[in-house]
Structures are given as structure tokens and as C-alpha cells.
Unconditional design. Structure first.
Length: 202
């Protein structure tokens, strides 16, 4: 009698194991319907040569999908390769990260965008996703007053980030926009006075 009970319990455990395996293997479909780069700037008074979103090609953004299960796997794609494409995934919860590929901490016309989205896959269902990415670095533009331009015949405006990387504006590129990792920025101005060609610095 004792042996029969043990046999029945073992069989029940096997059946339970099979049932769980079938649930875990169920799949649904993920579809990335749209990916956009947000164009809003915090300072509405800032005038830039081009809006950050105009400089970023979302088709080249990297899309990383990660399972939220402990030790879950990650899959990475180029957005243009999976836009509006059906991707089969096991049911469960996932995290999606979208990012532009530029990583320089100081660069001309190089906005860096990043966005995330949590979603769930349901067995037999299609899960459409829309993701919005936001600007993660700071835009720096330089405007010189008429007095500044009158008093200095030549000038260099050097902006340095906390990591030591810098960009320099002068007459040839004064309308360019610089992009920096958000941090305290140091500004140094050197020039030649129009009046007597003496050195000026700030």
C-alpha cells in the first residue's frame, strides 16, 4: 500500500511538470509599430540650427528586448530591421530599450536619444508597441552680442565638460550647436581687441 501511494505521487509530479512546461513554451507576437525621437527642449527660448530630432535617424537606433525573468535573455536589433515586423516571443513580461548609437560626451550636432517601454506577451496574441525616445544630452548654442563682436576682432569660446572633453566656437562655426553630457560646464573666452590688438580673456 505504501508503495502504491509513492507511485501515484510520482506520477502526479510528472504530470504537473509536463503541464508547467507547456505553459512556459506558449508564445505570442511582439510588433514595434513606431519609434519617435522627442523634439521638445526644456528651454523654449533656445534657438538651435536644427532640432535634435532632425539630426537623429531613428532607423539606425538600437532596440534591445530583455526578458524580465531572472537570468532572462536579451535580443538586439536595428530598428529598421524590425519596424512593423512580427517577432515571436515566449509569453511573459519584457523590457525594451531604444537608443541612438552615438556616445561622444562632447560633439557637434550629435543628439543622443534613449527610451524604454515595459510590455507583456500573451500567448496567441499580438502586442503592438510604440516607443518615444528623449534627448539625454544637453544642447549648447552660442550667441554673441553686437558689443562683443564690435570689441573683439577675433575670438574663441571654449566650453568644457566635467570629463575634460570640450568644443571651441569661433567666427567660422559660431552658429553650430554643441552637445554635451549633462554636467557643470566651464566656459573660457579668448580674443583680440579691435581697438589695439591686445589680448582679452575671460
Amino acid at each position: 500500500m505504501k508503495r502504491s501511494i509513492i507511485t501515484i505521487l510520482a506520477a502526479a509530479a510528472v504530470l504537473a511538470g509536463c503541464s508547467k512546461s507547456k505553459v512556459d513554451s506558449a508564445t505570442g507576437t511582439f510588433m514595434l509599430k513606431s519609434l519617435t525621437a522627442n523634439t521638445e527642449l526644456n528651454d523654449k527660448n533656445v534657438s538651435t540650427k536644427a532640432m535634435p530630432s532632425e539630426l537623429a535617424d531613428v532607423n539606425n537606433f538600437t532596440i534591445t528586448i530583455t526578458s524580465n525573468l531572472s537570468g532572462g535573455n536579451s535580443q538586439s536589433y536595428k530598428y529598421s530591421d524590425i519596424a512593423d515586423q512580427a517577432i515571436e516571443l515566449p509569453q511573459g513580461s519584457y523590457s525594451l530599450k531604444a537608443s541612438s548609437n552615438d556616445k561622444a560626451t562632447a560633439a557637434w550636432d550629435q543628439p543622443i536619444f534613449y527610451g524604454t517601454k515595459e510590455f507583456s506577451i500573451v500567448a496567441g496574441a499580438v502586442t503592438p508597441i510604440e516607443v518615444k525616445c528623449y534627448l539625454t544630452n544637453a544642447v549648447v548654442s552660442v550667441k554673441c552680442s553686437e558689443t562683443f563682436l564690435t570689441e573683439l576682432s577675433e575670438y574663441e569660446i571654449k566650453v568644457t565638460g566635467a570629463d575634460g572633453n570640450f568644443l571651441t566656437w569661433d567666427k567660422t562655426n559660431i552658429s553650430s550647436d554643441g552637445y554635451f553630457t549633462p554636467s557643470d560646464l566651464e566656459v573660457r573666452i579668448d580674443g583680440i581687441r579691435s581697438l589695439d590688438n591686445s589680448q582679452a580673456s575671460l
